[in-house]
Design a protein around this ligand. Sequence first.
Ligand SMILES: [Zn+2]
Length: 322
Amino acid sequence: MRTLIKNIKSLVQVEEGTARRSRVYGKEMAILPVIDHAWLLIEDGLIHSFGPMLTIPESLAAEREIDATGRLVLPSWCDSHTHLVFAAPREQEFVDRINGMNYAEIAARGGGILNSAKRLNETEESELFDQSIKRLHQVIDQGTGAIEIKSGYGLCLEGELKMLRVIRRLKEQSPIPIKPSFLAAHAFPPEFKENHQGYIDSIINDMLPAVAGEGLADYMDAFCEQGFFSVDETAALLEAGLKYGLKPKIHANQLHRSGGVQVGVKYNAISVDHLESMGTEEIDALRNSNTIPTLLPGAAFFLAMHYQPARLLIDAGLPVAL
Ligand SMILES: [Zn+2]
């Protein structure tokens, strides 16, 4: 099956041969290669060839032709940080925020992640899957072409496995690639509020072997933050994940300069995500590392927090993912 898109106003993000960049840093992020007035041929779901309209072969024929006059053609989004599987939305927390409570206060009162965990553990796996696949198709319809999905609302062996098995089923039925992350270290469940080591032991000794045994996750995630997981606790978790081949990829510096960026870089995390709270030490740590700073402006918007310092990172010569 061949599809030919013709008369494209701008074909965006075209990189070929030696000019092709695998990673883009700092100032180079402003360079966006574009071919104006272009054509693109797709064969069996893969890009076959493309170029300016002047170069379109006369004999080129396709079963399906699309006239893209006045339109752009661009790559789909790669969404590297999602919590797409969840049991219930948390709109009550918008009301709490309007009434003046902040994120930490809502979390301390049992809202936030713990509220999501309670609802998730009350929901059947099949129901969770049915809700999640609808959301997956919604984000695909909005242009997402690859997605990471986290666990982290189970906060116990059974709940985390339930989430990750739902993600595996999504992966089996999804038309786009899905990467699962294991995020039991999202919050301390109430029964471990005063016994952090007990929960960490449970993640390392009970959950990780089961998750790895079923091959349910590619990445090891943790919420490194004051009131959540300390730098030392995060380090222990990342180290344990690495033993099972799970690459580190963490939540860092959302509410405070928690040391999350530094511990992520130390364990060669593929990304440190959030980064609302950044300073010189964090930027220095990211220089000369392979860790990608990943900004989540949607989270800052919905939590009514200030946005992440994207310009500061780009001016420091760093790559930035959104
Ligand atoms: Zn997150």
